[in-house]
Design a protein around this ligand. Structure first.
Ligand SMILES: [Zn+2]
Ligand SMILES: [Zn+2]
Length: 304
């Protein structure tokens, strides 16, 4: 008996079983329009016409590898590739998520839903959890409304600040963030696991328009996946006021006084094709890593 207990003790210190079966898995890190970008002639986009699999539109999965189950955040135009990526890298079989959460109705965040319809997968009652305005948008506008009437998807309403659970040990709570809300509200998500807690905010207008203090929030979370659409305002030839985002340079300034440990909780995500942070070999990527922050990349696991 003692020998058995000793064996179990050694096993339990060498394999930390309890925490490692649940994790966030990064499925994509680009802004809505993806990489390469339509009509873009710059070298990084052109090169990536032949290496498309490395870049998908921003999405994360939360996986429970003991149960062989997961939930998905965002349904991007790259969903076909992303579900195949999950099959090849996680489950070794094609599995649909237990539930899908969507932040808002801009193209990169929900338009992949069309691949669950009659012309494509033809799924049955796939659970899609959205806020009331987003739900109404999907129910009342084609082609999304057909997914509802044919029961390809089953919509369920969520509410800000109310928690949800479709995966054991994982609580998901939508929180309100300020963003261009033409068709829907915009949610960020708190994803709380047994041991760690993450904040997922792929799109927000400006930190100062929010009723929460980002610097304080960093201390409350273990991982923060934050809007990194543009590094600075010189990247694009458009009036940046039409498409406001916190510039990564501003976010870094805001968080600069934090400890190294706190900075390392930040994972920049949702990068525009013009943002050199997409290229892991760029000087900018290296500088950001040197400053102590992280950049979300396909295949990263963040244990909960
Ligand atoms: Zn977006
Ligand atoms: Zn480009």
């Amino acid at each position: 008996m003692i020998r058995f207990l000793k064996f179990f003790y050694i096993l339990s210190i060498t394999i930390p079983i309890y925490a490692q079966s649940e994790y966030i898995y990064v499925l994509g890190n680009t802004q809505d329009a993806g990489m390469p970008h339509i009509g873009c002639n710059h070298k990084f986009c052109q090169d990536n016409f032949t290496k498309y699999e490395q870049f998908y539109v921003t999405s994360i999965a939360v996986v429970n590898s003991d149960l062989n189950k997961y939930i998905l955040f965002e349904v991007t135009p790259d969903i076909t590739y992303q579900l195949n990526h999950i099959k090849n890298n996680i489950f070794q079989e094609f599995l649909l998520p237990e539930a899908i959460y969507i932040t808002h109705a801009h193209i990169g965040h929900y338009s992949g839903l069309m691949y669950f319809g009659r012309e494509a997968l033809g799924s049955k009652n796939l659970l899609v959890k959205v806020l009331p305005k987003m739900s109404n948008f999907l129910k009342t506008n084609g082609p999304w409304s057909q997914l509802v009437t044919l029961n390809n998807i089953k919509l369920q309403n969520t509410r800000f600040d109310e928690s949800n659970s479709e995966l054991s040990n994982i609580d998901v709570t939508p929180i309100k963030v300020p963003h261009r809300d033409e068709y829907s509200e915009t949610a960020g998500y708190i994803i709380a696991g047994k041991n760690k807690k993450a904040l997922f905010i792929p799109d927000i207008d400006k930190w100062e328009k929010w009723d929460k203090n980002l610097t304080e929030l960093v201390k409350d979370f273990d991982y923060l996946l934050l809007d990194a659409t543009f590094y600075d305002s010189k990247e694009i030839n458009r009036d940046i006021r039409e498409i406001p985002h916190p510039l990564v340079s501003e976010t870094i300034n805001l968080l600069n006084s934090l400890s190294k440990e706190n900075k390392s909780k930040v994972y920049f995500i949702h990068m525009n094709h013009t943002n050199p942070m997409l290229d892991s070999n760029s000087d900018l990527s290296k500088m950001i890593i040197n400053e102590g922050f992280n950049i979300a990349r396909l295949g990263q696991k963040l244990y909960l």
